[in-house]
Structures are given as C-alpha cells and as structure tokens.
Design a protein around this ligand. Sequence first.
Ligand SMILES: Cc1cc2nc3c(=O)[nH]c(=O)nc-3n(C[C@H](O)[C@H](O)[C@H](O)COP(=O)(O)OP(=O)(O)OC[C@H]3O[C@@H](n4cnc5c(N)ncnc54)[C@H](O)[C@@H]3O)c2cc1C
Length: 462
Amino acid sequence: MITAEIKHKIRSVVGPENALDSEIDRFGYSYDSSFLPLSRETRPELVVRPATTAEVAEVMAIANDQGIPVTPRGAASGRTGGSVPLQGGISLSLDRMTRIIELDEANMMVTVEAGVRTIDLYNHCAAKGFFYPPDPGSWKYSTIGGNVAENAGGMRAVKYGVTANYVMGLEVVLADGTILQTGGKAQKNVTGYDLKALFTGSEGTLGIITAALLKVLPMPKKRGTIQVLFGSLDEGCKTVQRMLAEGVVPASAEIMDRLCLDAVAKLGKLNFAPEIKACLVIEIDGEDAAALSAQAQRIETLAKGCGAMAFRVAQSEQESDELWTVRRQISSAVAALAPHRLSEDISVPRASFPEVVRRIQAISAASGFPIAVFGHAGDGNIHPSVLCDMNQPGEPERVHKAIDEIFAAALAVGGTLSGEHGIGMTKRPYITQALGEAGVKTLMAVKKSLDPQGILNPGKIW
Ligand SMILES: Cc1cc2nc3c(=O)[nH]c(=O)nc-3n(C[C@H](O)[C@H](O)[C@H](O)COP(=O)(O)OP(=O)(O)OC[C@H]3O[C@@H](n4cnc5c(N)ncnc54)[C@H](O)[C@@H]3O)c2cc1C
C-alpha cells in the first residue's frame, strides 16, 4: 500500500504531474500486448514517469525502503506480460527518457536513454550513414530499454544478430537506488563478470535500465527484396538451410504458411494460387547492384533446386514494400481470424525447423485448433499462433494442452521456450522444464543478491 505520505515524497521527486493515480491512468498501465485478460488485480497503485536517472534512483530508493513493488515499463509492446504490474505498486514508465545523447562516429557507438523508440534510433543513425540493425516487428513503438530488457530480436537477426550483440555498456539503477555503470567503449573487456550481458534479457527483474551504449555498423549501400513461393513449408525451410550452408547470408529470411497467407490475402487484394503452401520473404544487402544481383541469382538457383514454384525480385522500393507488407500484416491478419489468438515464440536449432513445424501441424490436427505458423526461418525462431475462442467451455484447458505440446516439441530437439519475447508471466510454468533445477537455482541466486526484497517486477520469470 502506497500511503499519501509516500506519494507526496515521490511527487516531490518527479513532479505531481508525473506520479499518477487516477482510475484511468492506473487502468492504462495495467496491461501490455500479451493478450492476457484484463484484470483489476494488475492495476498499479501509482504510475511514475521520471525524466532522469537521478530521479529513477530516488524513486527506487523510496520503493526499496518501503518494500513497494516496481514494474518497469517501456512501450508495453511485450508479448509475455512483462510490464504488467502483477503485484500493484509502482509502474515505472521510462517514456520521458527519450534523449539520444551521443553518436560517436569515430568509435561507431551511440548512447541513448532507455525510452528512445527503436525506429527513432535507427533513423537518427541512418541520417549519418550508420546502421542499428535490431528491428523487432514492434520497432515503431518499442523502446531501447524494453529491447535490452527482452534482448529483442527482429527480422535481420539471421545476419546481424539480436540486441545483445550491440550492447557495449549499460547504465542501470539497482533495486536500492544505486546507479551502476557497466561496460564501455573499449572493444575488448574482460574485467570481472560481464554485467551488461546479465542485465540484457533480465526482463526488468534485476534493475532499471536508464541508458545504453550500443554499437552501430556502416549502413549497407544497397538492399533488395525477394519473394519465393513453395508447395510446402519444408521446401522453404530447406532453401534457407541451403543458402546458409553455401555462404549466401540474407539480412532476413521470413517464412509463413498458407494460413498466414490466407489471412493476409483477406486484408488486401492479394491472391495466392491454391497449390502455394508457403512463402519466403528475403532481404539481401550489399555494396552495389551487381553484388545484389549475384546474390539473387544464387538464391534463385538454390530455391528452384528445393522446389520453388515462383521467384520474384522487387524492381522498385514500392514493390519491395508490397512484398514486405505480406510479412508485416501477418500478426494483425492472423489475430482477426478468431476471437482469441495465443502467439508463441519458440526457438529451435535451424536444422530442426521443418521437423518442429510438422509436429505443430500434427498438434493442430489432433487438437482441432488452427495453428498459423510464421517465423524467422533464418535463425530457427518460430511464432505458432493458436486460434481459439477462450470463452467456450473447456477451451482454455485444451488450448494450454496444445501449447504444452508445442513447448515439448521445441525442447525435445534442443530448442527454447522463447527466442525473443522472454518468459514474463506467460511461460513461467515451463521454466524449470527448460532450464533444469540447477539453472533455476542459479538464476534465483542472482536475483536474490541483486534484489533481496524481491521488489523488481515480482511474479515474472518464476
Ligand atoms: C506487433 C509486435 C511485433 C513484435 N515483434 C517482435 C520481434 O520481431 N522481435 C522481438 O524480439 N520482439 C517483438 N515483439 C515483442 C516486443 O515488442 C519486444 O519485446 C520489445 O523489446 C518490448 O519493448 P517495450 O519498450 O514495449 O517494452 P515493454 O513491453 O514495456 O517491457 C518489456 C519488458 O522489459 C521490461 N522493461 C522495459 N523497459 C525497461 C527498462 N528501461 N529497464 C528494465 N526493464 C525494462 C519490462 O518490465 C518488461 O518486463 C513484438 C511485439 C508486437 C506487439
């Protein structure tokens, strides 16, 4: 319970207009993009919007002193309930910390506050000829703090890696309000434990990320988009494997099944021939048009060798946008197919992608739930979406059984519960199955030493 006196203390730190407790504000900060049912239980008592690291530190010191739960929040685009304040307390929004502090061109690094939107960082760097590659589908609204806290991936991960590959340093406010600076601009650094790696992907449970030092690359000079259509998902997966084995590394290789194509076709004026069962959208990049054309030719040969039925290279930016629209619309198009959609994020060894997709298709047939499959084929990250109506009697139990089976299929081939969305609330029950007792005990030990009172994002991960 946050008393009037504590609210007054917090308001004197961040200003009265940045510590909100009206019903509507509390409601607005009670959910994220995870499709979890809305609940009064998850409303924060107070929404706090600090503007500086010093303010975050003061708020954390008060919260720690009073034992108040604190749930950090970026843009709430998370898919696993991470920024939902499960135990009330404070919803700590970083949305006012939006400064791009420095683009150090000589060292090719950029320093940003946690609330900077991913796309704003990308555009800022691009204007100077630099490239910040991580591009989660949510990049128009997700924040860098949220990306680091979830170790977000994106479509370009196959060639350029995920957020962790770009984190050189972090500023973190610890549970007791201490400000920690970790990492830096030196390329090599083996001085004690790698704390920036520890906080990356920690889902707001170990500290509040207030700023990040991120590596950038030179912007690729040319980009091209290719669409390949197949008679089976297997052929699409095989094509990606062959490309990588032959050293043709695309910037992105996104695959989608027929259900996804039908969903997108419903939204636009698209038409896919009945024999098409899968589509690959590939981005390639390179130095010049000749390099791109050579890559495209090699991909065409490989794809046709794997059974591709149609191969199209975009000839203009507009055509490229059209091809990418199919991929970008999947999430909302699939969601429109049923009253509810439970979207998962398993990641499997690349070679097992086709096998796991076949298992998911078998789970769909046995359970009766349509399951749309799309994902980042280049890095083995599959997003199966179970379409259902959770209001039907017995449906939630049957859906969860299907999801249990999907996780089991991923773990059976050495895969993981999450490639990029994290554990949050939704995957908590499976964490021991994935990490084993020793793994969970070790994580707990880290958590206890950094947050002994358990005030940081309680109820998440375990
Ligand atoms: C349409 C759509 C597409 C998506 N596509 C992708 C994708 O391609 N790849 C991908 O990886 N994810 C994707 N996501 C998931 C989501 O966008 C990412 O996890 C993103 O990184 C979350 O950023 P956010 O700012 O919205 O964070 P939030 O959702 O607000 O928070 C996410 C987690 O991070 C914690 N957190 C937030 N800010 C901080 C901070 N400053 N310090 C400490 N902890 C913090 C929160 O407590 C929470 O646990 C997608 C989501 C949507 C809705």
